[in-house]
Design a protein around this ligand. Structure first.
Ligand code: PCA
Length: 167
């Protein structure tokens, strides 16, 4: 079975609000280590729901830190549906470098590798004025706590219009 390498930087990480989307019922998933992006990417927390986005503008921001997972077709499809790809986030291929292997051993230098990641395209330019972060934690000192989907009521449901340009 062919597995696909996915870099996650936001709510899908361990200890973050959507990590349970990696449950076995949705497909195969194997933790493969910690990594950082080879190039700089703008990572922001945006919208009325405080959602993390890597904006599709390579070369701005920081070397973003995240986790690597190997997933099967079924899990990849589940993640696409969950992230609203390709209409909301888009799944693209970028370069990352492993910093720690799956057993927790630090890796000094690893050749870069191509992996998939969910980025936000067609975003409002004003998002680039937000603080550009290096890593994401829903409970970080920024105080911008993520609003889970099940708690999005009333005006909250329009959160996508905060970050996407009109089609
Ligand atoms: N979920 C995906 C993209 C942003 C988010 O919250 C991730 O964790 O990589």
């Amino acid at each position: 079975m062919a597995l696909h390498r996915l870099f996650v930087y936001g709510t899908l990480k361990r200890g973050q609000p959507n990590h349970e989307q990696f449950a076995a019922q949705y497909g195969v998933v194997k933790f493969a280590g910690l990594a950082r992006t080879v190039n700089r990417w703008p990572l922001v927390i945006a919208s009325r729901c405080n959602i993390p986005f890597m904006l599709d503008k390579e070369g701005h921001g920081n070397h973003v830190e995240g986790e690597i997972y190997d997933v099967d077709d079924k899990m990849l499809q589940h993640c696409d549906e969950f992230e609203g790809s390709p209409d909301y986030y888009q799944r693209v291929t970028i370069q990352i470098q492993l910093t720690q292997d799956s057993g927790g051993t630090k890796v000094d230098w690893e050749p870069s590798q191509d992996v998939m990641v969910y980025v936000l395209g067609s975003f409002k330019e004003s998002l680039l004025e937000l603080p550009l972060r290096q890593s994401y934690d829903s409970n970080g000192e920024h105080g911008l706590k993520y609003t889970p989907r099940c708690e999005r009521t009333g005006d909250m449901v329009d959160h996508k219009t905060d970050v996407k340009t009109a089609p």
